[in-house]
Design a protein around this ligand. Structure first.
Ligand SMILES: C[S@@+](CC[C@H](N)C(=O)[O-])C[C@H]1O[C@@H](n2cnc3c(N)ncnc32)[C@H](O)[C@@H]1O
Length: 255
């Protein structure tokens, strides 16, 4: 109690976010490792092949040095690493998407990971949407350590130059841009939500993307416990998602 009384507003926000939506957490499937997630979603991929792919990512010194250099220059800190980064990289390597959609870019770490995997695949483009966080955005960047972009930087500023060839960045609200972009790209192979984590927005994005997703395509979401949108969406579509701690993934059934 005393700890709570001395907590900063940012600490309180993080605490509330962590405990938001207990029902969704109770109903969630068990947490898996990135390799377990890959073998669950891609039954043809062996544990050995997934582990090899994870090492390919973790030992990619060219990538980590380039991204780290950008983060040190722009944020005065080292690049972070989460379980789901490994999963994201491996998912792109095994799914080999031709068109990958991402909402929520910020500094560009997830964009860089996807682009790195597309480069290794020697195929595919990344279409990313971001509403630039020049001020903190409630329900999105307000739960992060850095709540705004560094001064005078565009979203995706940390993406190393050698990965930009396959990058198509669109600036604006995904609620407005997604319908427009789906007219330009009616068929996509992967969709990753990481923009505004309100129930309405996440549920909107999942439903907007689903009809455009190819059979076997991937629907991915970070921060799945901010609200029950992914759980509700999957229940309605009779799908079972897999997850790391807070990152969910599901494949569109083939038939
Ligand atoms: C959690 S950060 C993205 C982090 C990034 N995916 C990564 O892992 O490196 C959320 C981003 O979504 C953006 N955003 C918030 N609301 C948005 C909206 N309505 N449409 C598009 N982007 C939005 C924020 O400005 C911020 O850049």
């Amino acid at each position: 109690m005393e700890k709570l009384a001395h907590a900063s507003p940012a600490d309180l926000m993080r605490w509330m976010v962590g405990y938001r939506n207990v029902a969704a957490q109770l109903a969630a499937p068990p947490r898996r490792t990135p390799v377990e997630m890959i073998t669950a979603l891609f039954p043809e991929v062996t544990v050995l092949a997934a582990e090899k792919c994870q090492l390919e990512f973790l030992q990619d010194n060219e990538f980590w040095n380039a991204l780290n250099g950008r983060m040190i220059e722009g944020r005065r800190c080292h690049v972070g690493h989460a379980d789901w980064h490994d999963f994201l990289y491996m998912a792109v390597r095994f799914a080999k998407p031709k068109v990958f959609f991402e909402t929520g870019v910020f500094d560009g770490q997830s964009s860089a990971i996807i682009l790195n995997a597309l480069r290794k695949n020697q195929a595919g483009i990344l279409v990313s949407i971001d509403l630039p966080a020049t001020d903190a955005i409630q329900g999105s960047t307000d739960g992060m350590v850095n709540t705004t972009l560094p001064p005078n930087r565009q979203p995706g500023w940390a993406v190393p130059d050698y990965l930009r060839e396959r990058y198509h960045l669109e600036l604006g609200d995904s609620r407005v841009l997604l319908p427009q972009l789906f007219r330009r790209y009616p068929a996509i192979d992967a969709f990753f939500h990481d923009s505004l984590h309100t129930f309405e927005h996440m549920y909107f994005e999942f439903n907007e993307a689903w009809p455009h997703l190819s059979l076997g395509g991937l629907l991915l979401s970070d921060d799945i416990f901010w609200n029950p949108a992914l759980h509700r969406f999957c229940r309605e579509k009779k799908l079972q998602y897999v997850r790391t701690e807070r990152f969910g993934a599901v494949r569109k059934p083939n038939g």
